[in-house]
Design a protein around this ligand. Sequence first.
Ligand SMILES: [Zn+2]
Length: 330
Amino acid sequence: MGSCTKVTNTLQACQYGNPEIKHPSLKVTQYGALVFWYNVWKMQQMIFTTIILIIILFSGIPPVYAFQTEVEPQVLKQGDAFALIIYSESSIEPEAYFGKRKLYFNKIGDGIFKAVSAINLNTKPGPYLIEIKQGEQKKKLRIKVNKARFPIQRLTLPEDMVFLSPEDECRANREAERVSLIWPVESEKIWEGSFVVPLQSEILTAFGAKRIINSKKKSVHTGVDFRGQEGEEVKVMNNGIVVFAENLFFGGNTIILNHGQGIYSIYMHLSKFRVKTGQKVSKGDVIGWVGSSGRATGSHLHLGMKIQGVSVNPLSVIKLKLLKSSYDII
Ligand SMILES: [Zn+2]
């Protein structure tokens, strides 16, 4: 019976506990658990922070930069010009490349720089990167090139205008080669502020129009045709230097202006020139008159533009808000 009582006491002790012995040990266990879970929580935080840092480093999510970027216009299309603006704390001139093409930055305010660039007409729609550097700061800016809708134009012309004699073909090739040597010359900035329309008129043929001539020959229109009467004044789009004023087989009387930083404007089919090669011209000056010289079916002005070697829609350049001087209000 005595052992039975002992067993019962032990059971009682187990069931109800001994307040003098068990309570302090319970306190120690609860504190230990708290420390344990606190450490687990801290460890989790460290792991979480490390994972976030790894994601930022390897996923292309840009960390906070010393400079901010903006692209104008917001929607970029094949064959369009665009401006890249850098907002920075630094006065160091940024450097940037779009593919192999250099962007020329102009200071337009304290720590604000703007460059003009262009998207080739044949650029495949999709995402592209612009590599920007300012001092030690580097950034890869992602831009999206959207598909442009270029119209299709079917033309019927006299056969001798479409298929050239060997002599004419030789002349046209020689001229094309000479003109192609102009574009790689990227001089100092001459242009100031926005580019303006050279002739106030409606558009006859859009930039990028796909031409199918006599159902056989295909070509792409790398300029804009303005309706114009013979003798109407053609004005300069921006300050520049005349680098070409000659008669071409296709373009007829053609003027090419260098605006600096790889920007050129081209005026074709003129009836007469008013300027000579090497002459400086200012925005709005009359450089010649509308005509139908060269391979033209009627009087009109063909206006072309090149930006760093790329044929670009002149209307997209005119749309860009470019400042006149360094500290004009944006
Ligand atoms: Zn044209």
